[in-house]
Design a protein around this ligand. Structure first.
Ligand SMILES: [Zn+2]
Ligand SMILES: [Zn+2]
Length: 259
């Protein structure tokens, strides 16, 4: 089974291609389960996500496509939600979707993965930034709101690497992820970024494996040609670390499958 759970649509204003184009490409690649997880609405940084008033249209469009394509591919619907403590909104948390991906793109409202704000990396200790990031992941996992951790070590995106052992820095967050029952995605978007690595790195995936944390697969496509990008590499990494099964979610229930 081939799965790809984290993909965007034009509703976030920074992706291109129609829903049908994304799905047609996924079918062409032999994907069995394809999920849309648009940037969820939030009263923060509103331009790069859909609006609350668009939620029903987003859901209707995806569910119509699910029905239209049901004999060729299984379509799932989710949201990628930023974990920003004071902005969590019940309209998203309670939305009737298959899964919620919890992601950290902001530290104290600093968009650390955005090239526009790369200057922020020069103004503070890299070790502190990394620790703050993993502390945020830990807090996110402890809420119990989410099913999947988005790009677990996104903080490495621009290759500002800490001096400390990343496995130690992230250990508490991985324990919290295990406790919450969340899965970690093998997200290939990192291969398209300066770090040129899958999220998470092999050493962190090894810790996740030891802790028995489930995995899933994502291309984080923001354009049709990114659908399925780097999948073979992600699959090989998972196998190398020891994983034989991955998970998907239907109405927030975890389902195990062989990849
Ligand atoms: Zn995006
Ligand atoms: Zn993301």
């Amino acid at each position: 089974m081939r799965i790809d759970l984290h993909n965007h649509t034009t509703r976030c204003n920074h992706a291109e291609g129609t829903i049908d184009e994304y799905i047609d490409r996924a079918i062409e690649l032999g994907v069995d389960i394809y999920g849309f997880a648009e940037h969820a609405p939030m009263d923060f940084d509103g331009h790069y996500r859909l609006g609350f008033e668009e939620m029903s249209d987003y859901s209707r469009e995806i569910l119509e496509a699910k029905e239209r394509y049901k004999n060729q591919i299984q379509i799932l619907i989710g949201y990628e939600m930023d974990y920003l403590k004071e902005y969590m909104d019940r309209r998203v948390l309670d939305a009737p979707v298959d899964y919620l991906i919890g992601s950290i793109h902001f530290l104290d409202k600093w968009g650390f993965d955005n090239p526009e704000f790369i200057g922020g990396w020069e103004s503070r200790s890299i070790d502190d930034i990394w620790q703050e990031y993993f502390d945020a992941i830990e807090a996110m996992a402890k809420t119990g709101y989410f099913n999947i951790v988005g790009h677990f070590d996104l903080i490495k995106v621009f290759k500002y690497m800490p001096s400390k052992d990343i496995r130690l820095m992230s250990h508490k967050s991985l324990k919290a992820i295990k406790k919450s029952g969340m899965a970690i995605e093998l997200n290939t978007a990192g291969l398209r970024k300066p770090i040129k690595e899958i999220y998470p790195s092999q050493s962190l995936l090894e810790v996740a494996y030891e802790l028995n944390i489930p995995i899933t697969f994502s291309s984080d496509a923001h354009a049709v040609e990114q659908v399925g990008f780097g999948y073979e590499e992600a699959r090989e990494l998972a196998i190398k670390v020891g994983y034989k099964k991955a998970v998907t979610f239907e109405q927030k229930e975890q389902i195990l499958f062989t990849f």
